[in-house]
Design a protein around this ligand. Structure first.
Ligand code: FES
Length: 314
């Protein structure tokens, strides 16, 4: 598991941003300041069973007296969000890692965000920082309705006229035709469910956006009900040892079974914590963490598999 330092933080405020999104404010009971972070960063929340889930920090990075996260209740999820909603009330202690970022503000002449639902959490501090710096920023925020749009008031306050809302209940559904053609130096950020990411990525490619100017953060595992896992072999480049991965086990599990220490967090192919290199083999990529340009040499062993065999850079 990850070796990141875990802090015991106290919940000092818990309010519902929408009927199913709980917005939490967490402080250190003894220290006045928490470790610094950059907009777009996330923390790991450790659950009582030792598993961890990642949540983007949605507060103000200039205010280190507290961290803020927003947890969407997923009734069909794996239980973490329900546990958080039931347990993390004012006074409760949450085990939270130091922040880490793999979704950061890029150097750009124009910043365009397409945000879906709870995907607003990393986008809010990013847009707030950019707007405060006077950067050229535009945020498209998509949700079912105004009442179901988390952190809407904060985003509105941060962005003002730079915010465009798309609420399907009002007959305003976001269409990828809203996307602009690529202009040299611009950057496009997408955060939300995989379906939104895919639609925007496809439209951006058609409008000439180079992949390097597209940043995305998935907020849900890709559901691929028809996928039938097959067994394969994984060879460790450092020792030449070959491990068999049966159809009912992940590569990550098999590596750990053989004493190989692998970091991980989401175990859903979303966060990128477990990603390692590979040098040979045909990989079946099932994650949403590795950019297409890096898929020829990087694999997310929590969800991805190989056809017949793969040689890992481990
Ligand atoms: S643990 Fe998150 S991508 Fe593998």
């Amino acid at each position: 598991m990850t070796a990141r330092v875990v802090m015991k933080l106290k919940v000092v405020a818990a309010r519902f941003s929408t009927p199913n999104v709980l917005h939490l404010r967490l402080v250190h009971p003894l220290r006045p300041e928490l470790p610094p972070w950059e907009p777009g960063a996330h923390v790991d929340l450790r659950l009582p069973d030792g598993k961890i889930r990642q949540y983007s920090l949605c507060g103000d990075p200039d205010d280190l007296s507290a961290y803020e996260i927003a947890v969407k209740r997923e009734d069909a999820g794996r239980g973490a969000s329900i546990w958080a909603h039931q347990t993390l009330k004012p006074g409760a202690i949450a085990h939270v890692s130091a922040p880490r970022s793999n979704f950061a503000i890029q150097k750009a002449s124009r910043h365009i965000f397409v945000v879906g639902g709870i995907g607003v959490t990393p986008a809010l501090p990013m847009a707030r920082r950019l707007a405060a710096e006077g950067a050229d920023v535009l945020v498209h925020f998509c949700a079912r309705s105004k009442a179901e749009a988390p952190l809407l008031a904060d985003l509105r306050e941060a962005c003002g006229p730079r915010l465009r809302t798309w609420f399907t209940a009002d007959g305003r559904r976001f269409s990828v035709s809203e996307l602009e053609d690529y202009v040299e130096g611009a950057c496009l950020y997408v955060c939300g469910p995989p379906r939104l990411l895919k639609a925007v990525q496809d439209a951006a490619t058609a409008r000439g956006w180079p992949e390097a100017r597209l940043r995305s953060e998935a907020f849900q595992a890709t559901l691929d009900e028809n996928f039938k896992p097959e067994p394969f072999d994984a060879t460790l480049a450092s020792t030449g040892k070959t491990l068999h991965v049966p159809a009912d086990r992940s590569l990550l599990e098999v590596l750990r079974d053989h004493g190989i220490v692998m970091p991980s967090s989401c175990e859903l192919g979303v966060c990128g914590s477990c990603v390692c290199g590979y040098t040979e083999g045909v990989v079946i990529h099932r994650d949403a963490a590795i950019p297409v340009a890096e898929r020829q040499h990087r694999i997310a062993p929590c969800v991805s598999r190989a056809r017949v065999s793969v040689t890992l850079d481990l």
